[in-house]
Design a protein around this ligand. Structure first.
Ligand code: ATP
Ligand code: MG
Ligand code: MG
Length: 582
């Protein structure tokens, strides 16, 4: 809001307006030290969204001033993720682009008598700042009032590598009388003999977040520096530094951090979960990093809809993961073609149909939606249903298949009635013998179940090598709450949370869906890169699924020539209903 930072000088404002033409400019400033997570999706939507609503632009700025934790791999993943969510940065920038400029401003700040080189240890600095709780007596360090020329010479020595790490730091000379801890002579530069992912060993001094962030915002003419609430106290130091150097001063606004139940987002803890072997990688679909959600098959639109619904709250909020799942269902419900599948197939023989019976059944991809056209599946004397749709012991409130009971088959003209059960020597059910009813032969069934023809000459069933069912990784709503989870967050992680079903089958429509995708430009490009994430479908009455990248689909199979050498690995994206088993 105008008037938030009233001290800005008219000539700085004029130069700023000349550069921007008065347009809003925001930035999304991740540190490339990990994968982006669902909380960042909020930050991305806030920054890109605010700019877009006001006809402005948003930059991606890698906040890469800490070479010991940052990696090129993360730099690439971050941009890829931002684009996956559907946002294109106006400019892609790095804090390290400004190392020279930042250094020169640090020299200038020193020349202005507003920075000094300090040789105190961390402990000593703590003490000067009133001890651990910042409530003790505060006092200036012995280096605070050293002559400017001396600080300049010492800073040069830091830059020249003549001090070891933590032997010297450059501190800003702020206001020890102020009540705000962020005004107590923050560190501006430290010595680090670490190779930077972009500048290599050119520098052995690196600027801190407190020194870098506001100045980079200023260089880029950012109008609204939007950040999370933990930076509330930093607002004052942000403004202080811009004013001290008499540079253009953006406005800082804070918004609430997002947390989601039954998971955690801390990069350190995520790495620990991987190191401990609880999950194999940071993109394991049970985690809430954005690459993990992507691998699980979550459409980016669902994540953005979730973030938009949250809005720009100013308090930190913990949102029930169910709300995200509802957005995922809503978006999949509209786009996911329906396919029939059986997780545990049970063979059914329709005893009154001839052995060579072959009917073509027309099905819709999506109910009441003609846009994808219709598809055809074979219907034959032998077929499979899911084991969960058959019971040996019937009951009055059960409407699926049991001895003597009738059930409908999705899309098929008449229902079937189970007449007998075949067993192996051990007594286990091997086959259900059923009668295909004729027109008017029995009342309309209450339930219709999915089925898959046993018709090898038509490629049915399609064998699904692995169906991965991802259950909630953390049992507690807040795994980091020490009172609720006495064993600690790591022990709360359920090592059995991934179920893999082998031996599932699907109808031939799975191939139709894959080949339709392959026939589009975007789909073909995606498949060439070994990804199948654009293929999302609903296995009727089971759940929403995508193909994991572990899937193997040879070119000949995509062209429909043969189906040799394929391997289907499916990820469950989400259950069909909110209350189904998690
Ligand atoms: P982490 O503790 O996960 O490393 P961070 O804040 O250090 O979080 P950055 O990569 O520096 O992570 O974050 C980039 C931007 O995203 C910052 O503006 C930050 O405030 C914002 N952000 C990070 N986590 C969240 C979250 N949970 N909710 C909303 N915004 C977030
Ligand atoms: Mg961080
Ligand atoms: Mg950060």
């Amino acid at each position: 809001k105008p008037g938030e930072n009233p001290q800005i000088k008219p000539e700085l404002t004029a130069a700023h307006l000349k550069a921007t033409g008065g347009r809003v400019i925001t930035r999304f400033p991740p540190e490339p030290n990990g994968l982006l997570h669902i909380g960042h999706a909020k930050a991305i939507n806030v920054n890109f969204g605010y700019a877009a609503t006001h006809g402005g632009t948003c930059n991606l700025r890698y906040d890469d001033t800490n070479p010991t934790t940052e990696e090129q791999e993360y730099v690439e993943s971050i941009l890829d993720t931002v684009r996956w969510l559907g946002f294109e940065p106006d400019k892609i920038l790095y804090s390290s682009d400004y190392f020279q400029q930042l250094y020169e401003l640090a020299v200038e700040l020193t020349e202005r008598g507003l920075a000094y080189v300090c040789h105190c240890t961390g402990e000593e600095i703590n003490e000067q700042r009133g001890g651990e709780d910042n409530r003790g007596k505060r006092f200036a360090c012995p280096h605070r009032d050293r002559p400017v020329a001396e600080s300049l010479a010492e800073f040069q020595k830091m830059k020249d590598g003549r001090y070891g790490e933590s032997e010297a730091i450059l501190r800003m000379k702020m206001d020890l009388e102020d009540g705000n801890t962020q005004m107590w002579d923050l560190v501006a530069y430290r010595v680090m003999f670490a190779s930077h992912h972009r500048t290599g060993t050119a520098w052995c001094i690196y600027p801190t977040y407190d020194f870098t962030h506001c100045l980079c915002d200023s260089f880029e003419n950012i109008t609204h520096s939007l950040c999370t609430r933990e930076f509330y106290l930093s607002r004052q130091s942000y403004y202080w530094l811009c004013d001290a150097l008499e540079v253009y001063k953006p406005v800082q606004w804070e918004y609430g951090r997002l947390r989601v139940t039954n998971t955690l987002l801390s990069k350190r803890k995520l790495l620990k979960i991987v190191d401990e072997g609880v999950v194999a990688a940071l993109d394991d679909p049970r985690l809430y990093t954005l690459p993990a959600l992507r691998r699980r098959g979550v459409p980016p639109q669902a994540i953005n809809a979730f973030a938009r619904e949250l809005g720009v709250t100013t308090s930190d909020t913990t949102i029930d993961v169910g709300r995200l799942e509802n957005h995922i269902r809503d978006s999949l419900n509209e786009i996911a073609p329906r396919i029939m599948a059986a997780v545990r197939p049970v063979r059914v023989v329709l005893e009154n149909l001839p052995a060579d019976h072959l009917e073509e059944i027309e099905l819709m991809y999506i109910p009441r939606d003609e846009s994808l056209g219709k598809r055809r599946v074979p219907f034959t004397r032998a077929l499979y249903i899911d084991a969960s749709d058959f019971r040996e012991v019937d009951s009055a409130d059960y409407y699926r298949l049991a001895p003597g009971k009738t059930v409908g088959l999705h899309g098929v003209a008449h229902p079937i009635t189970c007449t007998s059960v075949r067993r192996d020597a051990a007594g286990a059910v091997t086959e259900l013998v059923c009668r295909y009813e004729s027109a008017g032969g029995c009342p309309k069934p209450k339930t219709f179940i999915q089925w898959v023809a046993d018709c090898p000459e038509r490629g049915s069933p399609v064998r699904l090598d692995e169906m991965r069912i991802y259950n909630q990784l953390f049992k507690h709503s807040n795994p980091e709450d020490k009172n609720a989870v006495p064993g600690g967050w790591l022990a709360d992680a359920d090592r059995e949370s991934l179920e893999v079903a082998r031996g599932a089958i699907a109808d031939v429509g799975l191939w139709d869906v894959i080949r339709r995708h392959a026939a589009t430009d975007a789909g073909a490009k995606e498949l060439r890169s070994g990804s199948y994430e654009g293929i999302r479908l609903q296995f009727m009455r089971i759940g929403y699924f995508t193909l994991d990248r572990d899937t193997v689909l040879p070119a000949a199979a995509l062209a429909g020539d043969c189906t040799e050498g394929t391997k289907f690995v499916l990820n469950r994206i989400v259950t069909l209903k909110e209350d189904s088993k998690k």
